[in-house]
Design a protein around this ligand. Structure first.
Ligand SMILES: [Zn+2]
Length: 187
């Protein structure tokens, strides 16, 4: 199973370099792969991983794409996943169609590369696919993804937050543009 995707690196100032995949994995599976590569191949060196992911000597040039987050997503593209070299995390974007205007890339979620004790979700990739498990209530693949902008009095960087919510227990993990995570677990 897969979809048309770009997977690459955030180059700053709204620019990105990415590799096109005709049958790219969905983020549930891709995140587990990226975390494994980051840990086992690159030993947590995000800059090295970023360089390798879009290195023209390693990637077929015809699949390399240089784009901007402000551009209209290419036709039929379903997912854009960007490694954030400054923050050891990934940002996931999906096309958002708001007729009659052209589609834009919309932030879908953000995730850190490192898995910590405080993570709300564990993402495991198995032979049969990938699954998200809530560490609070144990629900599997019961997720809602949303985003929101920084609120007036809220501290932290400007920009959209990616929010992953467990629909089983309503716990939520909010990741800001610097990949800082806030976990909210209901009592
Ligand atoms: Zn839960």
């Amino acid at each position: 199973m897969g979809q048309r995707t770009f997977t690459g690196v955030n180059k700053g100032r709204g620019r990105y370099h990415a590799v096109y995949h005709q049958y790219g994995p969905y983020i549930t599976e891709l995140l587990a792969q990226l975390r494994r590569d980051w840990r086992e191949i690159y030993q947590g060196d995000t800059a090295a991983m970023a360089a390798a992911m879009v290195d023209p000597r390693r990637v077929d040039r015809s699949y390399l794409h240089r784009g901007r987050l402000g551009e209209v997503p290419p036709l039929d593209m379903e997912q854009l996943t960007l490694l954030e070299p400054d923050h050891a995390g990934v940002s996931v974007y999906i096309p958002y169609q708001h007729n009659p205007w052209p589609a834009t890339w919309l932030l879908f979620s953000r995730h850190r590369m490192a898995v910590t004790d405080t993570d709300l979700f564990t993402v495991a990739s198995h032979h049969t696919g990938a699954a998200w498990t809530c560490t609070h209530c144990g629900a599997v693949d019961q997720l809602a993804f949303t985003t929101r902008h920084r609120r007036g009095t809220e501290s932290g960087p400007d920009g959209e937050r990616g929010i992953v919510t467990c629909t089983g227990c309503r716990s939520a993990e909010t990741t800001d543009p610097l990949c800082t995570v806030t976990v909210d677990r209901p009592k």
